[in-house]
Ligand binder design. Sequence first.
Ligand code: PMP
Length: 421
Amino acid sequence: MSAPGSGPAGVRISGGGADPAAPADPAGVSSPRLADLPLRDDLRGQSPYGAPQIDVPVRLNTNENPHAPSPGLVDALGKAATLAATGVNRYPDRDVEDLRADLAAYLRPDAGFALTPAWVWAANGSNEVLQQICQAFGGPGRIAVGFEPSYSMHHLIAQATATGWHRLERGADFSVDPIEAAEQIRRLRPAIVFLASPNNPTGTAMPLDVIAAVCDAVTETGAGVVVVDEAYAEFRRRGVPSALTLLPRYGRLLVTRTMSKAFTLAGARVGYLAAHPAVVDALQLVRLPYHLSVFTQAVARTALAHAGELLGTVEAVKGQRDRLVAELTELGCAVAPSDANFVFFGRFADQAEVWRRLLEHGVLIRDVGIGGYLRVTAGLPGETDAFLAALRTVLAEAPQLWAPGGPAGAEGNTTTSVAER
Ligand code: PMP
């Protein structure tokens, strides 16, 4: 697996830095190279996180919602921003009270208990919430653990906050064994345990009994907190519960969510957390004052007021997701069961080459650097058509790109799950 953040086409901070022939800046001082700067030792040689940003007709690489807001909602968002602008000479509400109240109301049905605004916190994307968690509970001398493959920002944010990282492995079917996980936690006594459900990049949801086993082990050690990253929660299949339902039982459980995916607000940067009020108090110790702008707060509240319309797109996305799972399986791929808006599939002898050839067909998906597998975001129906057609062509032209054993069909299998391969 490649280093965190460095996908096959990931951006790399070059150690050499600026072009040596670059002109001196206006003050006559030559531009320093990155390698010359007094960067923290532990950041030297690191790569920034990021999917390649390539302008192609079909972009299915960053798990966004493909549905743009309706003209009516665009108008409402604009009006909310205009209204917010009338008071922009003043700092925003530092405690984000109105938005937290709206978020609490939104979460209550999933939580199944009387979750109040004191249980909710919001920031600029769930990445900022995760960073605040690491700032408050991690830091030098402490470790965070994650069950990989998982969302690489967990590792990177831990690293950026000088929190140690310990990688734990998922099984061949990307599941986490509750007994083994509890044992590791008792042994390592981590300050933060990251669980993602549904997990990125695999799309797999984690059963509540596994989350509960991890919470029990963390409670027993008394050393840490458990973060369940539910960025893709709204795309869960029917009957898959949210970790929010466990909050009343576990004082050290933190559930993070985002408005970037189901709510189609990736560009607005709004993420949030639900946890016991003492956890929210802890995060207030590390948040910057006035971190969430008046515009962000206004736009988020307007989107929540239109939740019905926005979440309406979720069913369409889930339809495309289920279609991807079915058609990729039919094609002979190993496909992880998905409760998210993307699908993880393989297995290829050289997934980077499959990725590159798809790009030649104008289709950009994601190679997260996990041998044999690729991830595709569920897009609009036409985008799914284009992706599947391109993949069929690529694999017909270059059957050697299948992992040894070839497509499942060639072995006479009709249904192939990741676990079987
Ligand atoms: N968690 C997971 C699992 C994600 O995949 C992402 C985005 N790719 C995030 C958190 C961060 O989302 P945002 O900062 O946009 O809320």
